[in-house]
Design a protein around this ligand. Structure first.
Ligand code: PRX
Length: 650
């Protein structure tokens, strides 16, 4: 897997970068030894209404558990992302928008962004939204999505963005969990030439809501202009509402620890959890890491291909770049529409300088060879980034040699929804690259590898990745369930944050993330809980039991493999398999659709009834020679049956 080849930092990069090797080493030490001083000085990168005097106040101990950064500081995120830039870059493009249809593009200057955000903030206020209220956003990748996020931030409302690919059921669950009384959506989205019925999905979701969660207002943005039904007294057309308000709206003073947003993400058990990020620490981390990792310079065009429905879109399409006065590109479409040159054409069209995408997209494009890439210039590019899953050395090299013409560094950035921003990544002026390794932690990020018992492992070794100290962008709680927050991340290894990832450290101290060690799978860079897919499957009338595991998938990184036990008397047909896939798409969304379904008359269970997933994973991986000890199973013969009937996984 690993590739020992080193790609050294070039002299040009060392000379131009915000941080060279020496500065990086010095910052690592300063962040560790004098954190209050180090982060206190750096906090001045944000505009504060009241600058913080208390910088770091953290304890991971159960009895005294707290995570607070800049806690007496007061600021507003929208001010930092817009207003403070107006004097110097009011006419600079803040957001370049590239539509799904290549003939459609647009954008907003900082002055226009200010006007639009103020108007939407005023509309929200007129709808009765006040500081602390939750607002759910279910939107396509259009500038209005960023406007809506910033409008919430401006008035102190807490946004919860739900990815437009999630089903009405998933949307309903997320609205109920955070108790949003307002939803912002669009008539439709467009992806790869297909229409996404966003407003219709919202209508369906709201019908399922329990009465006590009744949503009072739905704000509808006209995007495709589709003729959609509007419900009187509930649905408000944004175009008309925004005409009726002024374009000035003061920024609500927010404490650094006031919530900024909730973002739902899958865990190893139960329903998705609402990861809560706060105002000061999160914005600081998004801004600091955007500048450092991408070596961002004012005026450059930055393109992160993630949807704002994921954390990558929050931190690196919207908050990080805008806090830094950048020009950020938002792309509504997909990499292969109208054809597989699209990414590279967009780069040429808008003179993109930094390009940040996921390995799954690269692997899919790589299949089509070099020609579609070489048909474009990409001369504007100076840095490439990767995020969301391990990048295999083969894809890394293709990215470097073909997309980057061998001249661009790649920053392979490891982080999580929970971490708010990048934690482990090369810095282009400081870190020699190794294909497939996220390399080294950023200043303030203290990593350890531990074994299952928590024993700290030294040197070149593999183990579970934990973080022993806090960083400003860390999540603060699980919405509505602080106990779950502690139990999920801090109980396994007391005094440490457990990432859920396995990792290897090599002899040079480089980190190689090997993937999740819990029951979370990473499908095309998107997190999915196996328990969620199982719950969806057993909702089907014909299904008695289901067990879901990940398996290696050439394009997606991991695919979803489902073992399904049918109810007595139900016939196991290929049509039923198709129906189950459709059922899961409907329950959760297309990203959760199983790639393979195997009928399982029985599942391997211990005598106490626990499913032995280790065995199911091996069978799905077709690694049946090393199933390990099956003697503790209640009925070892079920394993033979599963091996015999293994589905040829794609
Ligand atoms: O397993 C790691 C993988 O993605 C997980 C986090 O997923 P999510 O919260 O959806 O955030 C994705 C975008 C930050 C991690 O636990 N992961 C993310 N980046 C990398 C990665 N695995 C390997 N290398 C990466 N660069």
């Amino acid at each position: 897997m690993s590739d020992p080849t080193l790609y050294p930092v070039s002299d040009a990069w060392a000379a131009r970068a915000h941080m060279d090797r020496n500065a990086y080493e010095a910052a690592r030490i300063a962040a560790r030894e004098t954190p209050d001083h180090f982060w206190g000085d750096l906090s001045a990168r944000l505009d504060w209404m009241t600058p913080p005097t208390t910088i770091k106040n953290v304890s991971y101990d159960k009895a005294d558990f707290r995570i607070r950064w800049f806690e007496d500081g007061v600021l507003n995120v929208a001010w930092n992302c817009i207003d403070r830039h107006l004097a110097t870059r009011g006419d600079q493009c803040a957001i370049i928008w590239e539509g799904d249809d290549p003939s459609v593009s647009g954008g907003l200057t900082y002055a226009e962004l200010h006007r639009d955000v103020c108007r939407m903030a005023n509309v929200l206020k007129d709808m009765g939204v006040v500081k602390g209220d939750r607002v759910t956003l279910y939107l396509p990748m259009i500038p209005a999505a960023a406007v809506a996020m910033l409008a919430c931030a401006r008035i102190g409302a807490v946004h919860s963005v739900v990815f437009g690919g999630f089903s009405p059921d998933s949307l309903c669950g997320r609205i109920e969990d955070c108790g949003s009384k307002v939803v912002i959506t669009a008539d439709e989205g467009l992806r790869g030439g297909k229409r996404v019925p966003l407003k219709a999905n919202v209508d369906a979701a709201l019908e399922k809501l329990a009465p006590e969660y009744r949503v009072q207002k739905v704000l509808v943005i006209a995007h495709t202009g589709a003729d959609i039904p509007m419900i009187a007294d509930r649905d408000i057309a944004y175009a008309a509402a925004s005409e009726a308000v002024g374009d000035d709206c003061p920024c609500e003073p927010m404490n650094a620890e006031d919530p900024l947003f909730i973002l739902y993400t899958s865990g190893s058990t139960g329903k998705p959890k609402g990861v809560l990020h706060t105002t000061g620490g999160y914005l600081f981390w998004a801004s600091y890491t955007h500048e450092l990792v991408f070596d961002y310079r004012p005026g450059e065009v930055f393109w992160c291909t993630a949807d704002v429905g994921w954390v990558t879109g929050h931190s690196y399409c919207v908050y990080g770049p805008l806090a830094n006065g950048a020009t950020t590109l938002m792309f509504e479409g997909v990499p292969n529409y109208p054809d597989n040159r699209r990414f590279w054409q967009v780069i040429d069209k808008h003179k993109v300088e930094v390009f940040y995408t996921a390995p799954t997209a690269l692997r899919a494009l790589m299949r089509d060879g070099d020609e579609p890439v070489k048909a474009t210039s990409r001369a504007s590019l100076r840095l490439l980034g990767s995020v969301g899953e391990p990048i295999n050395p083969e894809a890394w090299r293709w990215y470097h040699e073909v997309v980057g013409d061998g001249r661009l560094p790649i920053v392979d950035t490891w982080w999580q929804t929970e971490t708010g921003g990048i934690l482990v990544s090369p810095l282009p002026g400081a870190t020699d690259l190794k294909p497939g390794s996220a390399t080294k932690p950023l200043p303030g990020v203290e990593l350890e590898l531990v074994d299952a018992e928590g024993v700290v492992l030294e040197g070149a070794v593999s183990g579970n990745l934990v973080i022993t100290d806090s960083w400003p962008g860390q999540m603060r709680t699980v919405w509505g369930d602080h106990q779950r927050f502690f139990e999920t991340y801090f109980a396994a290894y007391p005094g440490k944050y457990f990432t859920g990832d396995g990792c290897r450290r090599d002899e040079d101290g480089y980190y190689w993330i090997t993937g999740r060690v819990d029951d979370v799978i990473n499908v095309s860079g998107h997190r999915m809980g196996t328990a969620e897919v199982e719950s969806a499957l057993v909702l089907h009338d014909d299904v008695a039991e289901a067990a879901v595991v990940g398996f290696p998938h050439d394009i997606k990184g991991q695919g979803i493999y489902a073992y399904v036990t049918l109810n007595a008397g139900v016939e196991a047909t290929d049509d039923l398999k198709k129906a189950l896939v459709t059922h899961v798409r409907k329950e959760i969304g297309p990203i959760a659709a199983p790639d393979a379904i195997q009928w399982a008359p029985g599942l391997p269970k211990t005598r106490s009834g626990k499913i032995m997933r280790r065995i199911l994973r091996k069978i799905a991986e077709n690694d049946v020679g090393s199933l390990g000890d099956t003697s503790t199973l209640a009925d070892p013969s079920v394993v033979d049956d599963l091996v015999r009937n293994r589905t040829g996984a794609p």
